[in-house]
Design a protein around this ligand. Structure first.
Ligand code: 7PJ
Length: 263
């Protein structure tokens, strides 16, 4: 899953058309590099970020989805928590809903069901504005697994078939570095929920902190983290650097498939 940010701090150089064209070019390049999905997000969820009003998110995301829909062949994912954006995005050609709040906004379960689209349910402790203040768990792997199981059940109860659901432990979303490490090493426990697991570690500050790397220098760490996630059973890796990440994922897939000892 290639990441396409359409927040004003990305691709913005004043003119909207220039921004849209740059985003379409970037999406095409990620598809060319092997991305199977393009994730489009109009609301920053970085630590400390506050939300954007629905109309502003619609204005950013919907024209972008419409432009991308005709320009790339791979499915488009919409990174949103808002029911209104989910419905408009589906109408504009989105093929997947990626919700970092796991459909907990009022009306989100119903909106997602109405679209008929698959949904990624992500775990987050707290909200982006404050989530990194002092995240606390007694058993992070157990608590995240239980949360995702509960959200899978809630989605199923709302009429979204389990075959349309994915889960994501939400690396960096209300987690300290040891929590992220436990979730990455413990990812096989999440695969036991019986739905595909998505993992996003690309360029995240956890990679930066562990390695002492600022943003431009997190590629190797991000690729290593993606490799571990793929090795431990993640089906989808959300990444900025698609070609490099895909090499790691394909290598892990090869070893998982052929490394059983029959050679
Ligand atoms: C994730 C996401 C993630 C899913 C972001 C960033 C922050 N969606 N959206 N999983 N992260 N499903 O890319 O650093 O990890 S935004």
């Amino acid at each position: 899953m290639g990441i396409l940010n359409v927040t004003p701090d990305s691709f913005s150089d004043g003119g909207r058309f220039v921004g849209a064209q740059a985003a379409v070019d970037h999406a095409r390049a990620m598809q060319e590099a092997g991305a199977a999905i393009i994730d489009v997000g109009g609301e920053s969820s970085r630590p400390g970020a506050t939300g954007v009003p629905e109309q502003e998110e619609l204005d950013r995301v919907i024209p972008m989805l419409e432009a991308l829909h005709g320009a790339v062949e791979v499915p488009l994912s919409v990174d949103t928590t808002k029911p209104g954006v989910m419905k408009a995005a589906a109408a504009a050609g989105a093929g997947l809903i990626n919700d970092i709040t796991a459909l907990r906004s009022p009306g989100a379960l119903e909106a997602a069901r109405e679209t008929g689209l698959p949904v990624c349910l992500m775990h987050m402790q707290g909200a982006p504005a404050t989530m990194q203040d002092n995240p606390t768990y007694s058993d992070v792997l157990g608590e995240v697994t239980a949360f995702l199981r509960q959200r899978l059940d809630a989605a199923a109860a709302a009429g979204i078939p389990r075959s349309r659901l994915l889960v994501d432990p939400g690396f960096g979303f209300g987690k300290r570095d040891p929590h992220n490490a436990r979730l990455l090493a413990g990812l096989p426990a999440l695969t036991e929920l019986g739905v595909p697991v998505l993992a996003g570690l690309s360029r995240k500050s956890l990679v930066g902190r562990v390695l002492g790397r600022e943003l431009p220098d997190r590629l190797a760490g991000s690729v290593a983290a993606a490799a571990l996630a793929a090795w431990h059973g993640a089906s989808i890796i959300r990444a900025h650097d698609v070609a490099e990440t895909l090499d790691a994922v394909n290598l892990m897939a090869y070893v998982r498939q052929h490394g059983g000892g029959d050679a």
